[in-house]
Design a protein around this ligand. Structure first.
Ligand code: HEC
Ligand code: HEC
Length: 286
């Protein structure tokens, strides 16, 4: 036995390898299980896993799980068969009477408002109108203005109102009024609309808001008031508005710069709103 002698050089190299690999493992574990979760704690937007899923085009359920982990659900509305049946069987004529009594003063008799702080409702998705009205009623969306007008209305009333506004024709000139003074759309805005920005976890707007795809109750953006779109994107980014199920819109809005928000709002306000009404059907499929 050669006690006290130095180990042969070969063994030392081996020890260094093992040591480095062990150190790497410890560092990766610390980063993956301790540091990243700590950095992302309190963020209810898409997490690391969702970002990876969305970047490679896989549907992910993680976002919903994160929202469930929070104290309050984003919305009380669920797209159950009962809700879809209620919407499908709504009575637009009854909705028109209700609208004349309590809504048209602000949103306009044709569902097109001449004041930019009131959103246009003509041709809006039926599911989206219904969900927003329910959220104002339950307080999931700030009820400061709208709350009083929906407080006394039943589920049936709200779905009738949604059917009424969803079915109103869009007078091309009124909803497209931003078009005349519209500057040419910049390439960066178009890229966000059509492709998003996977590096920042932003999915293409068109994938949820159409025409590429329609997520349940994603509102129609084309022809909406420009100022309204801007205010909503800012409210979603700051979390002041937090009624989007699974935080799917908050996660995107908070990644957008002020310049991008303004470009997107201008783009959608000027986009023609008059195409087919297939979306109210599409939104019912999920
Ligand atoms: C006093 C004016 C006023 C009246 C009356 C009013 N609204 Fe509103 N509505 C608003 C404002 C302002 C908003 C924007 C959200 C906010 O700031 O609360 C809004 C938002 C909405 C939205 C959300 C649209 C979206 O895409 O985000 C819907 C749907 C809506 N109103 C429907 C109605 C219906 C239906 C009635 C009648 C029962 C009604 N409103 C009565 C002012 C009004
Ligand atoms: C993963 C699907 C998804 C993507 C991608 C997405 N949105 Fe949304 N967005 C939604 C949903 C769902 C809502 C409705 C939230 C709610 O229920 O209140 C929404 C709401 C909005 C609203 C509020 C409009 C209103 O009438 O209240 C705006 C503005 C908006 N999105 C803009 C955008 C823009 C711009 C992009 C692209 C940068 C985008 N969205 C990408 C799903 C999406």
């Amino acid at each position: 036995m050669t006690t006290g002698s130095r180990p042969p050089p070969r063994d030392r190299r081996f020890a260094v390898w093992i040591g480095s690999i062990a150190a790497l493992l410890v560092a990766a574990t610390a980063a993956g299980f301790v540091w990243l979760p700590a950095v992302q704690a309190g963020r209810d937007g898409p997490g690391l896993w969702d970002a990876i899923c969305s970047a490679i085009g896989l549907p992910s359920r993680g976002a919903r799980a994160v929202a469930v982990a929070g104290a309050e659900p984003a919305s009380n509305v669920a797209w159950t068969a009962a809700t879809q049946q209620l919407l499908a069987g709504a009575n637009p004529g009854r909705g028109a009477a209700l609208a004349a009594a309590s809504c048209n003063g602000c949103h306009g008799p044709a569902g097109v408002s001449d004041d930019a702080i009131f959103p246009n409702l003509a041709r809006q998705s039926r599911a989206s109108i219904y969900k927003q009205l329910q959220d104002f009623k339950s307080g999931r969306r700030d009820p400061a203005v709208m709350g009083a007008y929906v407080a006394a209305l039943s589920d049936g009333d709200l779905s009738d109102l949604a059917a009424h506004y969803a079915g109103l024709p869009v007078p091309g000139t009124a909803r497209g009024q931003g078009q005349a003074q519209q500057a040419p759309v910049d390439a960066a805005t178009l890229r966000l609309v059509d492709h998003g920005d996977p590096m920042r976890g932003i999915a293409a707007c068109a994938a949820c808001h159409g025409p590429m795809g329609f997520t349940a109750a994603a509102p129609r953006l084309e022809g909406q008031q420009r100022a309204y779109l801007e205010v909503q994107l800012e409210a979603l980014a700051s979390g002041a508005r937090h009624n989007d199920i699974g935080a799917q819109m908050r996660g995107i809005a908070r990644q957008l710069t002020a310049r991008e928000i303004s470009g997107l709002a201008a783009y959608y306000a000027a986009a023609p709103a008059g195409e087919t009404d297939s979306r109210s059907k599409s939104t019912r499929t999920k």
